[in-house]
Ligand binder design. Structure first.
Ligand SMILES: Cc1cc2nc3c(=O)[nH]c(=O)nc-3n(C[C@H](O)[C@H](O)[C@H](O)COP(=O)(O)O)c2cc1C
Length: 448
């Protein structure tokens, strides 16, 4: 991606001459606002919301204001490149599409009933990512089986994000499927073994998974299906009733949603116990709060893929992860969705980078990126934000909510536009800070 800033900027201004404004706004607030207007209140609350009083969501953004970029002049920056290498794979830019679950909410929960099929979400993301060559981190909570997303991605890079289920066989099966789907790394998300106290969703009484939204990886998994069948058999032999509460319109809607998401014809699913049993099984096996660092060895033995741990906010946790077999660190607080009033993710980045570099001898392998990559997310909204994270030592960043907003506004085109806007601003920021390659960005570019 050479001088992408000028290309994107010129195209927007040229279209403006003909009276066309960008369908996907470039300013972060306008982008969020446009998405909010497209989505239902449940969809918007789930995607935009954070934990408790939303203080961590705000802190993630405020933190960027504490690290100021220093402009530099009279440096030849005529030829700029965003290219980098991550885990040995050359990439056009140090930016990935972060894992986002229940993605169908962005396309399905639209105002005015313009409901798209649930499976349209990840395919749209995959098309945009493939066009740009940026990696996708496929979520455990996707609305599309990973094999289908992988097929659209073609040769484009993808990683798999794992929620560590309480059932070993499901974990192994997910990892095996990820390998077969061409994923180049496993991202284990550590910070969500318990769902955060998400007040916006709580006040709407809304959890997507309880309606079978965002559980496509499970519904398509042979090991998970065995658990569902065992549950149905167990309920039948004990004579347990499947319906308990008095039916309401909402309950009927939820049952319909479960039947629609379950593999097979909706009508048949409505008359059989499997769709509902699948949701209950998912809620039982989703996560495991007993995990400790020692468990990472178990996963290490089951895959040859690099393992990155996501959710690191403390240098000691970064060191422990590396001691127990992790190959990379993702500094993240889940976009403020887990602990309210937590430390801003950006404030933890520098100390974690220092710990990782000291731990791995401080080396990089001759221009191909860090030996132990440190990635960052939570609060990235603009290209200047990406620049700041790279300056604090991140090797790459994960985009979160912004591309979901793009998806809600304009499908694959919207995802692509959001990423292009971020990359364009990153390129322009580099030019104005006197930097022509992302690898040259460092703390010297900040007024610390
Ligand atoms: C709607 C939504 C769903 C998410 N689902 C997942 C997920 O399935 N797995 C995961 O590891 N992180 C998930 N995340 C967290 C993101 O990967 C990322 O850490 C976060 O969005 C970064 O914060 P930001 O969006 O404010 O930049 C989700 C975030 C959002 C907003």
């Amino acid at each position: 991606m050479r001088n992408i800033g000028r290309t994107v900027q010129s195209s927007i201004y040229r279209n403006g001459v003909y009276g066309h404004r960008p369908a996907v706004p470039t300013s972060p607030d306008a982008l969020a606002d446009a998405a909010r207007r497209r989505m239902t209140s449940t969809g918007w609350s789930y995607v935009s919301g954070g934990a408790g009083a939303q203080r961590t969501v705000a802190a993630n953004r405020e933190a960027f204001g504490r690290y100021r970029i220093v402009p530099r002049q009279m440096v030849d920056v005529g030829e700029r490149s965003l290219a980098t290498t991550l885990l040995g794979r050359p990439l056009p830019a140090p930016v990935l599409f972060g894992p986002v679950g229940a993605l169908e909410l962005a396309v399905q929960h639209q105002r005015g009933g313009r409901a798209a099929a649930p499976r349209n979400a990840e395919p749209a993301l995959a098309r945009a990512a493939r066009d740009l060559g940026l990696p996708v981190v496929i979520s455990s909570q996707a609305s599309t089986p990973m094999e289908d997303t992988a097929a659209i991605l073609g040769d484009s890079p993808r990683w798999f994000q794992l929620y560590w289920s309480s059932d070993d066989a499901v974990v192994e099966s997910f990892v095996t499927r990820a390998e077969a789907s061409g994923c180049e790394a496993i991202v284990v998300t550590l910070d969500t073994h318990v769902l955060g106290w998400r007040t916006l969703d709580l006040d709407l009484g809304y959890l997507p998974f309880a309606r079978a939204e965002g559980i496509a990886q499970y519904l398509s998994d042979p090991e998970f299906r065995k658990l569902v069948e065992a549950r149905v058999r167990g309920a039948a032999s004990s004579g347990e009733a499947t319906a308990s509460n008095r039916p309401t319109v909402a309950a009927v809607r939820s049952l319909l949603s479960m039947a629609r998401h379950h593999p097979g014809p909706t009508l048949r699913n409505l008359t059989q116990p499997y769709a509902r049993a699948a949701v209950e099984t998912f809620l039982d096996v989703f996560s495991r709060s007993t995990l400790t660092w020692a468990d990472l060895a178990w996963l290490r033995e089951r895959t040859t893929l690099p393992i990155l741990v996501k959710g690191i906010q403390h240098p000691d946790d970064a060191r422990a992860a590396l001691d127990h077999g992790a190959d990379g660190i993702i500094v993240s607080n889940h976009g403020g969705r887990q602990i309210d009033n937590a430390v801003a993710s950006l404030d933890t980045l520098g100390p974690v980078v220092d710990a990782v570099r000291a731990h791995s001898g401080g080396g990089t392998d001759t221009g191909t990126g860090a030996v132990v990559p440190v990635l960052f997310d939570s609060g990235i909204r603009t290209g200047a934000d990406v620049f700041t994270a790279l300056a604090l030592g991140a090797d790459a960043v994960l985009l979160g909510r912004p591309w979901v907003y793009g998806l809600a506004i304009a499908g694959a085109d919207g995802v692509r536009a959001v990423a292009e806007h971020v990359l364009a601003e990153l390129d322009i920021t580099m030019a104005l800070a006197g930097v022509s390659e992302t690898g040259q960005i460092g703390r010297h570019n900040l007024a610390l």
